[in-house]
Design a protein around this ligand. Sequence first.
Ligand SMILES: NC(=O)CC[C@H](N)C(=O)O
Length: 367
Amino acid sequence: MDHQRAILLLADGTTYEGKAVGKIGTTTGEICFNTGMTGYQEVFTDPSYFGQLLVTTNAHIGNYGTMNADTESDSVKIAGLICKNFTVPYSRQIAESSIQDYLEGEGLVGISDVDTRALVRHIRSKGAMNGIISSETFDMDELKKQLDAAPDMDGLELSSKVTTKEAYTLGEESASYRVAVLDLGTKQNILRNFLRRDCYVKVFPAKASIEDIMSFSPDGLFVSNGPGDPGAMDYAVDTAKEMLEQEKPMFGICLGHQILARAVDIPTYKMHHGHRGINHPVKNLITGKSEITSQNHGFGVSPEAIAANADKVEVTHRNLNDDTIEGIRIVGKPAFSVQYHPEASPGPHDADYLFDQFVDLIKENKA
Ligand SMILES: NC(=O)CC[C@H](N)C(=O)O
């Protein structure tokens, strides 16, 4: 490929020059960084990243190619890619295509050869902000105009853009347990984890009614991960409240955790720059054991509100880096949730016991 020029402009006026990768074009979004050393395709296709420009801190992107089995959804969901070395030839024999062909096919605009370490330090000190990448326009006034028109992540509802249009089932109807999934932008590996544990799964659109959901006769209710601001999702909070009234085992991951918290009147807040990577340490306060976890979130649940509502919500997990809340359970209900990703693929797999915990709750509840 020719090495066409590309530019990244941030909302605070900072610019980075680099080379065009993926499709030639222009794209905007909120800038965020992921520190994982591997798993770029899983990250690109994770619906929770919808609307975000992703900075990868791993120095090499593309060196093991891409393949369909590594995706977390049906398409690339990040809004743009910012990386250091973009490696088109790939070394994995079973890979299906190069990163360039893949991203071009998916219509993703990106920029490589950026000093991503400097950029990450900048975001870490200044916080999350919008940015624009372009490999077609270099007129700064024009770029600034387009950047100013990009929506702010704070207050943005995005699940309705990535949820399934129609409900669908997965697995065998004869399986031992039935799990209803409220799809706010679910990752495929969450669904695989249910299937692996003898569950028959029905995935419902984000705005499905509780009547629709309960007509499946679920044994367990799950609220998925997803993009956007949980504070702008009253419709999902209402559904989660109705789910809680069913007295069925209930589990939430990431956005699902934030929605469950809001269902018991715990507000969420926008973090300075969030947590994204695969080495975030979390302590399980119930067992006293610590876990290395995969994370991807820019919002959190309010620790002050949880402290003031100890009769309703119990903190089960805490982040060992910054003490933020990583898991809760609802007092008097078989409902719990985590801010991180127990389904992480690629790993770490320390937290996949949470899927067993959910299925065990279902088993007990059925008996
Ligand atoms: N992975 C997720 O579900 C992310 C949740 C939410 N969009 C956040 O950024 O905090």
